[in-house]
Structure formats: C-alpha cells, structure tokens
Design a protein around this ligand. Structure first.
Ligand code: ADP
Length: 155
C-alpha cells in the first residue's frame, strides 16, 4: 500500500491545499491529511474545527483520511506505515524551506520520501496566513477557501 501523509497546520484549509491533495489522489492508495499539533504555536481556529472542515471537503474521497499528531512528522509516518510526505511548493522560498526539512527527514529515516508538488500560478499567492488576515479584517475569503465551507469561515 502506498500511503502518504500531508502534514500542515491547515489554519484554515485553503484552495491551495485542496489542489495539492486532489492532484495526489491518483498517485497513492491512501493520503492522510495530518494536522501537526505544536503546543508553542498559536492557532486562529481550534483543531476540531480545522479537522471538521477537512472532513467536509473530502467526505466523498475514499482514499482520504483526516487526522492529527504531536511530535515529529517522520515518527507519525512510521506509526501509520506511510512512506511518503507530501508538501506543496508556491515559491523559491517554499522550496528552500522544504528542501532543508526533506533532507533532515531523509537523514533521520531513509525509507521516507518527501514528494514536493508545485502549486499552479493562480494559487501561488494563497496562504492560510493571508486567509486569517482577511478573516480578522472581516473580509470575504470565498475565493481562497473551498466553497463548501466558505460560509462557515468566520470568527
Ligand atoms: P505549515 O504550517 O506546516 O506550513 P500549512 O498548512 O501552512 O502548514 O501548509 C501545509 C502545506 O501546504 C505546505 O507544504 C505548504 O507549502 C502547502 N501549501 C500551503 N498553501 C499552498 C498553496 N496555496 N498552494 C500549494 N501548496 C500550499
């Protein structure tokens, strides 16, 4: 079984995240969208809400699971028998950051491959950070988040 973990904060999920996941569905038997919980980090939306939104977006995709984990991503991969980590790349800055983490992860566990997927130009400027700013400013995020949850995305 080819199992991939797509780790992230997803605070909140955006159309950019959904695009990466959808394009990877044909490549794997199972994709676990996994929210990494970092007790040092402040989130805008509670973990339960972030997971609920992802469940809703992918409810008809039998290959997709939504989960959460504490600690290192590679340890979580081992726990769920995943050999692949998925990450999205929007820019050269993303690439440099992801390259460092991928090298470290590969050094720690040679059996886990990181797969980097390029975001299309129309999604390259979309980030959870921007979406949070718009929500805090009481703006309209409907172009940046999946339509089935857009109306729920407010504080
Ligand atoms: P993290 O806090 O781990 O960066 P995010 O939820 O912000 O978590 O992002 C998870 C993954 O999704 C990262 O690999 C990030 O590069 C990718 N990503 C975020 N936004 C987009 C986008 N608009 N297009 C493609 N990939 C994206």
């Amino acid at each position: 079984m080819k199992i991939a973990v797509f780790p992230g904060s997803f605070d909140p999920i955006t159309v950019g995240h959904v695009d990466i996941v959808r394009r990877c569905i044909p490549l794997f038997d199972k994709i676990i969208i996994a929210v990494g919980v970092n007790s040092q980090k402040k989130y805008l939306f509670p973990l339960e809400k972030r997971m609920e939104w992802m469940h809703k977006v992918f409810e008809n995709e039998s290959k997709i699971e939504v989960s959460s984990y504490h600690g290192l991503t590679i340890n979580y991969c081992k726990e769920v028998s995943a050999n692949y980590i998925l990450r999205g790349i929007r820019s050269a800055a993303d690439f440099e950051y992801e390259k460092t983490i991928a090298h470290l992860n590969h050094t720690m566990n040679i059996d886990i491959e990181t797969i980097l997927i390029l975001s299309p130009p129309e999604y390259s400027s979309i980030s959870s950070t921007i979406v949070r700013e718009i929500i805090l400013g009481k703006g309209d995020v409907s172009k940046f988040v999946p339509q089935e949850i857009a109306s729920e995305m407010h504080l």
